[in-house]
Design a binder for this molecule. Sequence first.
Ligand code: ATP
Length: 309
Amino acid sequence: MDIIVKNLTKFYGQQKAVDNLSFEVKAGEILGFLGPNGAGKTTTMKAIAGFLTPTSGSINIGRYNVSDNPEMVKQMIGYLPEHNPLYTDMNVIDYLRYMAQLQRIRASKINDRILEMVNVCGFEGEKHKRISELSKGYRQRVGLAQALIHDPQVLILDEPTTGLDPNQIVEIRELIRKIGREKTIILSSHILAEVEATCDRILIINKGHIVADGTADQLRKASSGCECLRITVEDANRNDVVRALQSLDTVELVDTVADKADSFEVQSRPGESSRRAVFRACVENGWVLTELSPVETKLEDIFRELTKQ
Ligand code: ATP
């Protein structure tokens, strides 16, 4: 089910938290929502989940407008809020039963749904514990289970892995990918590697505006502009190599690489590629070219560049 956000704006008093945001998420897509603290991620997610009324703009889940059909939309959405509010005095099964009842799942189906959630979210050994006794990772799984209990088509997950240890992060990430095969998911995170590993597409927002939208590869291409190559040449004099590379028509800049006497970074002129010329130069000089690979801009650098003001 598609999510369509059009011209979404939200003011809290005088403060503009979200400024005219428009984007779409296609059915079956996992969208990663990135942005610095206070960028407007939570506000946008709350508005999509129908937990907050926008100042202006519209949000559609499939053909249903969120403001006009709040009940209907809440049935179609599973929402895991940022701080994962749970009734910690309840035990896991009772809590999920209560959530299933609130979602108006038929009484005859509730036990099956709970069992399925225990399986899918992986807390068989913990299911009879009180929520207050669970570790943070298992609480997060219970939060995911409540978001999924009514089998929604759309999942909104606000920082689902915050505070988890690296093993739990990997497990929750795999779980989200598994669930994501069948659902439309928006998830926010501050962990860039996680967003890259989990999401099909990345949306970066800053101060309520979209500053980038695309796959990790597309963002890298858009940000770097010029080709940058890592080259390793053996059996050659370092200065000769730098001189030869610098003399190539397509090359803008040659840099040596610290601690690697045989390696160089070559930046091409805008719109040019230097791969063939580098290869030819090595052949002509009898040097052994053992590496020629693109240097990828790190997602962290792109994020910092786009959100620094
Ligand atoms: P974080 O990564 O820190 O969770 P975020 O991108 O989710 O940040 P939001 O929580 O959406 O950002 O906040 C956007 C802006 O709106 C911030 O400046 C925040 O202080 C403000 N804000 C959020 N909720 C409220 C509120 N209930 N009342 C007043 N201002 C708010």
